[in-house]
Each structure stands twice: as C-alpha cells, then as structure tokens.
Design a protein around this ligand. Structure first.
Ligand SMILES: *[C@@H]1O[C@H](CO)[C@@H](O)[C@H](O)[C@H]1NC(C)=O
Ligand SMILES: *[C@@H]1O[C@H](CO)[C@@H](O)[C@H](O)[C@H]1NC(C)=O
Ligand SMILES: *[C@@H]1O[C@H](CO)[C@@H](O)[C@H](O)[C@H]1NC(C)=O
Length: 371
C-alpha cells in the first residue's frame, strides 16, 4: 500500500481511538463500569507495566534507569508509535532491554532512537568476555509490522527477531553501531539475529562490527534491499545442532566493505540440522577483505575440515546478477563442504578481484557463474 495511504489509515486509527479514551459506562442495573482504555502513553518504566487493554500506545521520550527492562505487550492489533527517543542508562539488567510482544502490531518508531549507550560497555571483547553486556538489546516477538526506528549503539547484539503466530514485516530500521569502530571497541554487534519464520526484512541499514544479518533458524524468509557496512555481511548461521533454515531469498542488498560479503556457516559439529533452498538475487558486494562468498561446514573455522551432520542443498545465484568485487587480500568464492548436494545454479554470480576461489563442493554440482 502507498505509504501516504498507510499514514492516513494510521492517523485515522489514532484519532478514532483517542475519542474512546476513559469514560464511565452506566450499565443496566445502574452499575458503573470503566470502559476499556484505548490510548495509553508510555513515558516511564511504570507506565509500560500493563498495556494489555491498550489498542494505541504512544511512547514519548524517556530514560530507562539501571536495573529495568521494558516490554510493550499491548492488545492484539495495537498501533505503537514513538514520539521521542528511549534511552537506556548503563544497566545491570540482562537483555533484552526492550521487547515488543504484541500480536498484529503496527510499530512505527517515527525515526526516533532506541539508544543503548553501547560506548559505556564496549571493550573490544563483545560477549566473549570483559564487561558484561546485556544482549540482545531489542527483541521483536508477537508479529506484525516493525518500522522506522534507529537502534543506536547496542552494547552487543542489536535486534533479535523471534516473532511467532503470524508474518512479520521489518522495514526502514537503522542499526547504527558505527561509533564502535573507534579503537575496535564494538564487538559482536550483530544487526539482526533471526530465529523465526515468515519474516521479510527490507530497506534496513546496518553499520556495525559483526553479522549484518544472521539467520539461525526458520523458513520463508526474505532479506531484500538492505544496506550493510563495516560488519560481516549477510549470514545464514551459524547453524547449530537441531537447527534448520529453509526457503530464504536474499535480494538486492548492498554489502561492504567488511571482512565477509555473504556466508552460509554450519557448525562443524552440528547434527540433525540443515540448510536448503537459498536464493541470492541481484546483490552488490564490494570491498570484502577476507571472503566474498563463503559456504562452509567447518564453522567456527572458515575453511578447514567440514562436518557432515548438517547438509546444505539448493543454493542458487539467479534472478539478477550478484556482483562480488573483493579486496586484493580476499578470496572471491570459497565452498568448503562435507555434505552438500544437488545442482547449484550460479549463473548470475559474477565475482572478481582478490586472490581466487577455492571450491570443495562435495556432491553439489556448481553450474555457471564467473568466479
Ligand atoms: C469513573 O467512575 C469512578 C468511580 O465512580 C470515578 O472515580 C472516576 O472519576 C470516573 N471517571 C470518569 C472519567 O468519569
Ligand atoms: C492488566 O490490566 C487489565 C485490564 O486493563 C487487567 O484485567 C489485568 O488483570 C492486569 N494485569 C495485571 C498483571 O495487572
Ligand atoms: C576466519 O577468518 C577471519 C578473517 O580472516 C579471521 O578473523 C578469523 O579468525 C577466522 N576464523 C578462524 C576460526 O580461524
């Protein structure tokens, strides 16, 4: 739907609901009841405590003190709109620090910020040690549309997508951890970690120091028209024991510069897991310094002795040319398979620059492509 129409519908919804704010209803038998509250304002931790009757939530600017977290659990179908920034003080709380858990939500951040004050934690060690860092910073649960917010300076991983019960559309969101580049202090600052199905992420921008997207499990996923800079590109995985990813379209994204362009990374010791049917269409990858495209079953190694317990099948580069232009230090395409199969149509892959490509595709047959 055109965004002007969408904006009109949202405005109409807000105005209509505002009319229904608290009023006492005189019921038969002269009993007085308080009507369902429709529009609720969140301007503090306490005011977010119980939003279950709210069909419209307005979040104004406020600061969340140490030791607190926020959950936006409104009525099904609620609109949740930000009119100011939410700022988190350095906290002793574990993540997620803010959770959106509303069915059929329309969350619009109004281009305001959810600010994690990451610089107060960053020490170059991420979630591997040093200062304890709440993670993830932001969690999307429930389902619906999540749009137009900037997630700024997450202590570690930024947004975790764990939606259930319906489809999710995530669009126009910026994850800006670029301040963590200074002194290489930002680490493990993944943009979106996805363990969910029926999710489309489009037109998002991620500036960070780890995966832009990491898809850990799920099916029917679309990652399209996003821009990733500074980090480790768009990843499927790492795939752990018991995890399955199937049916992913990765289209028209722009990635780089950074260590990697796009990866499928399967844990070398994973069993009962698989990756299948991944389509890469018309992506642009530039300036990768280590690997342009890496498909490996040796994770956490990049390219060594692959495992065989988590097969990969049905990988394609079709539907528009994916251009990969790597830095002189990098490999263009590396496939490191212990259990891969099928015919992989790479006819729309054009990879140039760097040192070369290393293909160990096991039983998969790669057809077409320039690498
Ligand atoms: C509703 O009724 C309660 C109890 O009689 C009263 O305290 C309150 O002020 C009323 N609210 C409105 C909006 O009239
Ligand atoms: C939340 O508010 C609703 C009504 O608005 C009420 O029925 C419910 O008991 C409240 N839940 C808690 C945990 O206070
Ligand atoms: C994989 O390659 C990256 C980039 O060169 C490097 O930083 C990382 O240490 C490598 N991983 C392992 C386990 O060797």
């Amino acid at each position: 739907m055109p965004s002007s129409l969408a904006a009109f519908i949202r405005l109409a919804a807000l105005v209509g609901l505002a009319v229904a704010i608290p009023s006492n209803i005189t019921a038969p038998g002269s009993r007085t009841e308080t009507a369902k509250r429709a529009t609720c304002t969140v301007n503090s931790v306490a005011s977010a405590a119980n939003l279950s009757a709210c069909t419209a939530v307005i979040i104004t600017a406020f600061t969340v003190p140490s030791g607190n977290t926020i959950t936006i659990a409104a009525a099904s179908g609620a609109t949740v709109t930000m009119t100011g920034d939410i700022t988190f003080a350095k906290t002793t709380s574990a993540g997620p620090l803010i959770t959106f858990n509303t069915n059929n939500i329309l969350f619009n951040g109004g281009d305001h910020k959810i600010n994690g004050n990451g610089a107060l934690y960053w020490d170059g060690l991420g979630t591997n040690g040093g200062v304890s860092k709440p993670h993830p910073f932001v969690k999307f649960k429930g389902f619906g549309t999540f749009e137009d917010v900037t997630v700024l300076n997450s202590p570690a991983q930024a947004i975790s997508v764990g939606t259930t019960g319906g489809a999710a559309i995530i669009q126009g969101i910026t994850v800006d951890n670029s301040a963590g580049d200074a002194g290489a202090l930002g680490h493990n600052t993944d943009g979106f970690d996805i363990s969910a199905s029926s999710v489309t992420v489009s037109k998002c921008v991620v500036k960070n120091q780890d995966d832009c997207f990491a898809i850990n499990s799920g099916s029917t996923l679309v990652i399209e028209d996003n821009t990733c800079t500074g980090g480790h590109g768009i990843s499927i995985g790492s795939i752990a024991t018991g995890k399955t990813v199937s049916g992913v379209t990765i289209a028209r994204n722009t990635v780089g510069p950074g260590l990697y362009g796009m990866r499928i990374k399967v844990d070398a010791d994973a069993t009962g897991a698989s990756v299948s049917n991944v389509k890469y269409e018309a992506n642009t990858i530039t300036g990768s310094t280590e690997y342009g495209i890496l498909i490996t079953q040796s994770y956490p190694d990049n390219d060594s002795t692959p495992g065989t317990g988590a097969p990969i099948s049905g990988i394609s580069f079709t539907g528009g040319v994916t251009n990969v232009a790597v830095a002189s230090s990098a490999e263009r395409l590396v496939i490191d398979c212990g259990a891969c199969s099928g015919t992989w149509d790479f006819s729309d892959l054009v990879a140039t620059g760097g040192k070369g490509s290393i293909i160990a595709a096991n039983k998969a047959v790669i057809s077409g492509g320039t690498y």
